[in-house]
Design a protein around this ligand. Structure first.
Ligand code: NCD
Length: 308
C-alpha cells in the first residue's frame, strides 16, 4: 500500500485494506513506541483549528512530537488571518509553504476538501462541521478491534445526536464496509441519522440498520454502544437544544440491562449523556479510546509522509 502524499478527508478515501493496515501499524507503534521516536525528525505538522478541540488537536500534536517531528498551528480563528477574512484556500496554500502535512478542523461541511484541493501537502480532516471526522473513526475502529477482537459481525448501537454528530457519520461509513454489521440507530426523531448515511449502510457489505428511540429497549442485544453528545453548536435555536440535550443518559441502572461483554464508547467530550458512575465499569472504554487516538494518528502521519 502507499498512502504517501494522500489526503484523508473521509473514510472512503482509503480502502478497507488500507484502513486495516493503518490500524495494524498503530498497534505496532503502541506496542513499542520508542522505536518510532525519531521517525518524523525534521518534519513539520500544521494544526489549523477553527473550532474548539481537546483530544483531536492534542493527540495530533502529541503524535507528531512523539515521532520526533515538530508542530505549528493555531487554535481559534481569532489568532490567524482568518479573522481578517482570508479564505481557507489561501490560508492552507500559505501553510503548505512551511509545513509537510496539515490537519484542519472547521465548522463548515466540505472545508477540509476545499483545503486539500488547494494544498500540495497531505491534508487531514480533523472534523468538518456536522459532516465527517475520519481520524476519530480510525481511533474507534482500533478500539473496537482491540476490545472485541474483530471488526465484523457486530451489533453496534449508535446513540444520541445522529443528525449532527460527525463521528457517527464517519464511523457508520467505515464500519458498513466491514462484513455483517447490524446498526441500531438510537435517537430522538429530530436527531436521526441523515439519509446519506443510511444509503451508505444500505450499500455496505451486508450491513443493516434499524432505528430505535429508547435505549432500554435495545441495549440488551448490543456488542458496542457508541454514545454521543448533543451537538449544541450546530442547533439553530437554544430551546430545541435544551429540550433534546438530556434525551439519553447512560447510568449504572441501564448498564445492568447490557450484556457483560458489551463495550461503551464515546468520542468525548461528554456532557450529561454518560453518568460518571459508569466510568468505573470495565465495559466503559472511552478513555482507552482517547489514548488509542494518539497511536492511530502517529500511524497516519507516518503513512501520509511516506515514512516506514
Ligand atoms: C468529537 C467532535 O469534535 O466531533 N470530538 C472529538 O473529536 N473527539 C465529538 C464531539 O464534539 O461531540
Amino acid at each position: 500500500m502507499t498512502l504517501t502524499g494522500r489526503n484523508f478527508i473521509e473514510p472512503p478515501d482509503f480502502t478497507v485494506e488500507e484502513i486495516h493496515e493503518l490500524i495494524g501499524f498503530a498497534e505496532r507503534i503502541m506496542a513499542a513506541p520508542g522505536g518510532y521516536a525519531e521517525r518524523a525528525k525534521g518534519r513539520l505538522l500544521a494544526t489549523l483549528f477553527y473550532e474548539p478541540s481537546t483530544r483531536t488537536r492534542f493527540s495530533f500534536e502529541a503524535a507528531m512530537l512523539k515521532l520526533g517531528g515538530q508542530v505549528i498551528g493555531f487554535s481559534g480563528e481569532q489568532s490567524s488571518s482568518a479573522a481578517k477574512g482570508e479564505s481557507i484556500s489561501d490560508t492552507i496554500r500559505t501553510v503548505a509553504c512551511y509545513a509537510d502535512i496539515a490537519v484542519i478542523r472547521h465548522p463548515k461541511e466540505g472545508s477540509a476538501k476545499v483545503a486539500a484541493a488547494a494544498a500540495d501537502i497531505p491534508v487531514i480532516n480533523g472534523g468538518d462541521g456536522g459532516h465527517q471526522h475520519p481520524t476519530q473513526t480510525l481511533t474507534d475502529l482500533m478500539t473496537i478491534k482491540s476490545e472485541k477482537g474483530r471488526l465484523s459481525n457486530l451489533k453496534v448501537g449508535l446513540c444520541g445526536d445522529l443528525k449532527f454528530g460527525r463521528t457517527v457519520h464517519s464511523l457508520a461509513r467505515a464500519l458498513c464496509r466491514e462484513s455483517g454489521i447490524e446498526f441500531i440507530l438510537i435517537s430522538p426523531e429530530e436527531l436521526r441519522v441523515p439519509d446519506y448515511v443510511k444509503l451508505d449502510i444500505g450499500r455496505g457489505n451486508g450491513s443493516t440498520f434499524r432505528e430505535a428511540e429508547r435505549m432500554q429497549d435495545v441495549i440488551g442485544e448490543l456488542d458496542v454502544l457508541y454514545m454521543t453528545r448533543v451537538q449544541r453548536e450546530r442547533f439553530f435555536n437554544e430551546e430545541d437544544y435544551i429540550r433534546l440535550k438530556d434525551s439519553y443518559i447512560l447510568d449504572a441502572g441501564k448498564m445492568e440491562l447490557a450484556p457483560q461483554d458489551m463495550i461503551v464508547m464515546h468520542p468525548l467530550p461528554r456532557v450529561n449523556e454518560i453518568a460518571t458512575e459508569v466510568d468505573a465499569d470495565p465495559r466503559a472504554v472511552y478513555f482507552k479510546q482517547a489514548r488509542n487516538g494518539m497511536y492511530a494518528r502517529m500511524a497516519l502521519i507516518l503513512s501520509l509522509l511516506g515514512i516506514e
